[in-house]
Design a protein around this ligand. Structure first.
Ligand code: FAD
Length: 459
């Protein structure tokens, strides 16, 4: 297993086409740096806290996020790792979708495709690569089928002896520009006649024709503005990009699903359950971070004795533990498929919903505790200004136990929590809440519950 420095050295050796605000940039750009810091932290934390599992493929310990799991204990180790990452990064760790793809491929693939995948997985584990997964197609007019608007979906456009040519794009891709391996999976199931979209494959950083166009929100604008703590979190927000595939060649060795409708259905279901379940543990970690920030803000305002506020910290802990408990429960109640331990599907989807509800509740408590100042505070630059610095210093002060700068650091961190891409990321990441509800509606055996009531009331 490598450390964060080694990851940074490797990633900077790639010459990817990354665009920010209309210009091609390199890895030193202020919108890219925070993402690299977050990736690097995943490596350092794994080494520091032993977040590894044994892999028979390479005969040694590998990062938890680069393995498929053989037991509930290994799956729970992943949830602990991701909860801690979320708490300490207060942003996406970026590598979790890679782990979801690895586990979905391991559970679903058979025959030659499985052998290909295992060869790549061996390489991933040997090199401790960072992996991400791209599923979400642009989709265009959502009422149309993919065949009616092909360019809106990633698809195969040419088959060759040595591989395939793919075209299309994926939107909302978390950290794809800073990973070593990008898995591509379909974002939905397909009908007969739509086989050209039913493909899954992996890309490497030197594959030609791949362009990454970064998101641009208020957080990115603030990052470009500079400063030491003005944008709140040194690890940045949940940074995504649009990935464009302009006639990209993929060798057969990295094609794992080809024109196979059934494999896509199984892959998607397994991926979604895996991602929604870990999302619950991830939300628990995010709520932990918001709880820490809320507690600091109470102190910086001198409000420690106000139980109406401090009791909210208990409520925030309750929703964090509930989300985490669902993830743990679904690992315990999971099942082994093709030698891969998968979380319980029903509980995994419930975890998505409980995680999002808890996350939104925690955001509300944090906002109430913080008061209006995260939305109205002057900047770090005003604090350091010769003209107005003394006023900001005087009027931004709260409790005498905190300097104005210390209180402003807390305020800016809370501004980041409340006004970055976190809310949308929680709601839609891993599929929107409505997707999890649809799954639960069809899979939760409502008929047997109806029958139980019929018996009770003699109907
Ligand atoms: C911060 C962030 C990070 C993300 N990271 C990744 C990533 O790393 N990889 C990745 O692949 N994706 C990622 N996503 C994408 C995420 O999975 C999608 O946002 C989600 O699947 C919804 O798709 P959409 O945003 O395109 O919504 P849209 O398709 O635009 O839909 C809008 C709303 O309508 C609902 N809707 C649409 N069609 C239907 C229908 N037929 N029936 C019922 N409801 C419908 C959707 O559920 C949604 O609520 C990320 C998203 C965010 C916000």
């Amino acid at each position: 297993m490598i450390n964060g420095e080694q990851y940074l050295e490797r990633i900077k050796s790639y010459s990817r086409e990354i665009y920010v605000a209309g210009k091609r940039v390199d890895y030193d750009h202020p919108n890219i740096q925070p993402v690299l810091r977050a990736f690097a932290f995943t490596y350092d934390l794994a080494l520091e806290r032993g977040y590894s599992v044994h892999s028979d493929l390479v005969g040694k310990e590998v990062n938890v996020l680069n393995a498929y799991y053989s037991s509930p204990e290994e799956l729970m180790k992943r949830y602990d790792y991701q909860r801690e990452l979320s708490m300490r990064l207060a942003t996406c760790n970026y590598r979790c979708t890679g782990a979801d793809a690895i586990n979905a491929f391991a559970a679903v693939l058979k025959g030659e495709e499985r052998e290909r995948f295992l060869r790549l997985l061996r390489e991933i584990q040997e090199n401790d690569y960072a992996c991400t997964s791209a599923l979400t197609d642009p989709k265009g007019d959502r009422s149309k089928r993919p065949k009616e608007q092909k360019e809106m979906y990633v698809r195969v456009v040419e088959e060759r002896d040595d591989g395939i040519i793919v075209e299309g794009a994926k939107i909302h891709q978390s950290g794809a520009f800073a990973a070593d391996i990008n898995f591509f999976l379909p974002g939905q199931t397909f009908k007969e006649g739509e086989e050209e979209f039913a493909i899954a494959f992996a890309l490497k950083p030197d594959d030609e024709g791949v362009k990454y166009i970064l998101q641009n929100t208020g957080v990115q604008a603030k990052q470009r503005e500079g400063g030491e703590f003005e944008y709140g979190n040194p690890f940045g927000d949940r940074t995504t990009c649009t990935v464009v595939l302009d006639r990209v060649f993929v060798p057969w060795e990295r094609v794992f699903v080809y024109r196979d409708l059934k494999a896509v259905r199984n892959l998607l279901m397994t991926f979604a359950n895996s991602h929604r379940c870990v999302g619950a543990a991830c939300k628990a970690g995010f709520i932990d971070s918001m709880t820490g920030a809320a507690s600091l803000m109470i102190k910086a305002n001198g409000l420690e004795k106000v139980s109406a506020l401090t009791s909210r910290l208990g409520e925030m802990s309750a929703v964090a533990e509930s989300a985490y408990a669902i993830a743990i429960g679904s690992a315990v109640k999971g099942e082994s498929v093709n030698g891969t331990w998968l979380p319980n599907g029903l509980m995994a989807n419930a975890g998505k919903i409980a995680g999002v509800d808890g996350f939104i509740k925690a955001m509300r408590h944090l906002a109430e505790i913080a008061g209006g100042i995260p939305g109205t505070a002057p900047s770090e630059f005003d604090l350091k200004s010769e003209e107005v610095g003394e006023y900001v210093e005087r009027f931004l002060r709260g409790s005498e136990n905190f300097t104005a700068e210390e209180r402003m650091r807390i305020i800016k961190f809370i501004e980041f929590w409340l006004m970055s891409s976190h809310y949308l990321g929680a709601l839609h990441g891993g599929g929107s809440v409505s997707a999890a509800i649809i799954f639960l509606q069809y899979m939760s055996d409502i008929k047997s519950k109806e029958e139980a009531v019929r018996k009770t009331i003699n109907l």
